[in-house]
Design a protein around this ligand. Structure first.
Ligand code: ACM
Ligand code: ZN
Length: 625
């Protein structure tokens, strides 16, 4: 991550290394720090980590060599850039000896590692990071970065002793996604890059960019300039809660918003590609389209006399819908896709499809005529028809659609990928039908939900709660699928809707630490996951993330219990919690509070209440488990 810490004052150091190495050695020897790293806190947990005796001492005399790679290969250039930020030598190509970090593309393809796996071997002589591809090297390097001190970019370590080990690693799922809604609140290029750095650090590889919605259109479209001149801006109500914002005043300036130019989109796609992240744009149809309808009201249904405006705050149910009976709507959508498709090199275009309230279609003569002419049963089938029309158009350009799971309600082809958000069963149904599926059920994957007791948190989605532990326990593979059906589950993703999130810091607060937990769900082998170990690792990652300028949420201070019936009829109660270093006191049936140190027994009828403290500060009030 390292990578994401843009430490400007140190950028020129690579030149100094080359020209003044003697003087540097003297300086490091005289004022550098030494550090010994005995155990590693790697997130996501690799498939295999074997600790060994002895270790390697990394210093500024350590060289870095690549084998079967070129110095100008993109990943080698990336690695060299980061090594320089750490005051280490960049990667050279040649024959390494000892005291060296080697970046090796394997001579023979290792099927188990496939394209994105890697090995790391640390011995007393060398560190070897090996993979079948540059992508595998990239992931190996991300792991290696987590083996170094968290302040490596800032502190000049004279020597870093790394305990010998062997690591073998490859991912469980191919789709390791992070979604970001930039419509409800707009985040600029710098913030998006920082988010991509975070994704890379935890080996996420799909950035789902929610670019259009009722609250702002965020991508430049040359043929329809009003999408940007009108649809990308609204009056500013960031000082008011999302659910209670006052309406816009007549002629009030629209100062909140923005959009990405095509140049900026390309810049972000390139930045993501360097980190092996595909960028998937989402263009919402047929609902969530206030921004379109304010800019181009002629695309609304006949008889719909609503004045749509891009505004702050909810409008529920979201009645804005494009008229499916109007051929101009199809022309508009195809024109927009014609500008979007060439920009995004990955194979998917997300076309939304969720939460389209069809009241206007019921009243609209054009929509009703379309239903009649096509012999459709109802408005649901009309949405199905529209999605299929768009799917056919996207396919003709050798792309595939992704849609929220409402697309299952129509006759969408099995080539479409379904994003299952309305519960695990929607994913199961889609996989049985033969569609590829990305699991993102609300109850585990919506990181705009509170992460802890709302009483102690900044405002988030009302009446919601998804703790880090809940995320950690999630398994994206629905039960009841055959192996063939299970192969359609591509993976999962966390979604960040930004109604309540109006700063990049708040976005990070909501993403972290849950994104770390999700990375083990997505990447780590089931057998490698271990909650107790993860909790400890997370304490160290919190320090690492903060050292790299990320805002980390609190996690939840509420403990939970597990009970086991004993042969004498009592219950053996084990308490657990998310935060390393937290102290939990419990009381059984109102008896005095005692500090929890080990499992205890009680009658099955008894009630337990708890209090949580961190550094002697009460963090969670009395709570009945
Ligand atoms: C969604 O949360 N409406 C996909
Ligand atoms: Zn209509």
């Amino acid at each position: 991550m390292n990578v994401c810490k843009r430490n400007k004052k140190l950028l020129n150091m690579s030149g100094l290394f080359i020209c003044l190495s003697f003087m540097m050695t003297f300086l490091l020897a005289s004022c550098g720090q030494k550090v010994t790293i005995e155990s590693y806190a790697i997130i996501p947990q690799p498939v295999e980590v074997t600790m060994e005796k002895g270790g390697f001492t990394l210093s500024n005399s350590t060289t870095c060599y690549g084998a079967n790679v070129g110095q100008n290969d993109p990943t080698i250039k990336y690695i060299s850039r980061v090594l320089r930020q750490w005051h280490l030598n960049p990667v050279l190509v040649g024959k390494p000896e000892t005291n060296c970090i080697q970046f090796v593309i394997n001579d023979q393809y290792d099927n188990q590692l496939a394209d994105d796996g890697y090995t790391i071997d640390i011995t007393k002589d060398n560190i070897v990071i090996a993979a079948n591809s540059e992508q595998g090297l990239f992931y190996g390097f991300q792991t290696f970065a987590q083996m170094l001190p968290e302040d490596i970019s800032e502190t000049r370590y004279s020597k870093i002793f790394l305990t010998a080990c062997h690591i073998k690693d490859y991912p469980r799922f191919n789709w390791r996604g992070s979604h970001l809604d930039v419509s409800r609140h707009f985040f600029g290029v710098t913030q998006i890059k920082k988010h991509l750095d975070l994704m890379a650090m935890y080996k996420y590889n799909k950035f789902h960019w929610h670019l259009t919605d009722d609250h702002g259109w965020r991508i430049e479209i040359s043929k329809y300039p009003l999408l940007n001149d009108v649809g990308s801006w609204r009056v500013n109500r960031d000082d008011q809660p999302w659910g209670e914002a006052s309406p816009a005043m007549p002629n009030e300036a629209r100062t909140n918003g923005g959009y990405y130019t095509k140049e900026e989109i390309k810049e972000i796609i390139d930045y993501a590609a360097e980190r092996y992240i595909d960028v998937i744009p989402e263009i919402e149809i047929p609902g969530h389209c206030c921004a379109i309808l304010e800019a181009y009201p002629q695309l609304a249904c006949e008889g719909d006399d609503t004045t749509y405006t891009v505004q702050f705050g909810p409008y529920w149910p979201p009645r804005a819908i494009l008229c499916a009976g109007n051929d101009s709507v199809l022309t508009f959508l195809k024109d927009v896709l014609d500008e979007i498709i060439p920009l995004f090199p990955n194979k998917y275009i997300h076309i939304g499809g969720d939460e389209a309230v069809k009241d206007n279609w019921k009243r609209c003569q054009r929509c009703q005529k379309r239903i009649k002419d096509l012999g459709l049963k109802n408005e649901e089938e009309l949405q199905g028809w529209l999605i299929v029309e768009i799917e056919k158009y996207v396919k003709r350009q050798e792309k595939s659609i992704i849609g929220w799971d409402e697309i299952l309600d129509g006759e969408v082809s099995t080539d479409a990928t379904v994003m299952a958000w309305q519960g695990t069963n929607r994913g199961r149904i889609a996989a049985k039908r033969g569609n590829d599926v990305i699991m993102t059920p609300t109850e585990f994957c919506y990181f705009n939900f509170y992460q802890a007791n709302a009483e102690f948190q900044p405002p988030a989605m009302p009446n919601s709660l998804i703790t880090m532990h809940k995320v950690y326990e999630y398994d994206p593979m629905p039960d009841g699928l055959t192996a063939k059906q299970g192969a359609h589950i591509l993976g999962a993703q966390c979604n960040l809707w930004t109604e309540y999130i109006n700063t990049p810091e708040m976005a990070e607060y909501m993403l972290l630490p849950r994104m770390c937990a999700m990375s083990e769900v997505l990447w780590s082998a089931k057998s490698a996951k271990n909650w107790a170990q993860f909790r400890k690792k997370m304490a160290r990652h919190t320090v690492r993330l903060k050292a790299n300028d990320y805002t980390v949420g609190t996690g939840s201070f509420r403990p939970w219990k597990k009970t086991e019936k004993q042969s004498d009829g009592t219950l053996l109660v084990t308490l657990d919690w998310e935060i390393e270093g937290m102290h939990v006191y419990y009381s059984v049936d109102g008896s005095g509070y005692v500090r929890y140190t080990k499992p205890f027994t009680m009658s099955p009828k008894s009630k337990i209440t708890t209090l949580s403290f961190m550094n002697s500060i009460l963090k969670e009030k009395e709570y009945e488990l």
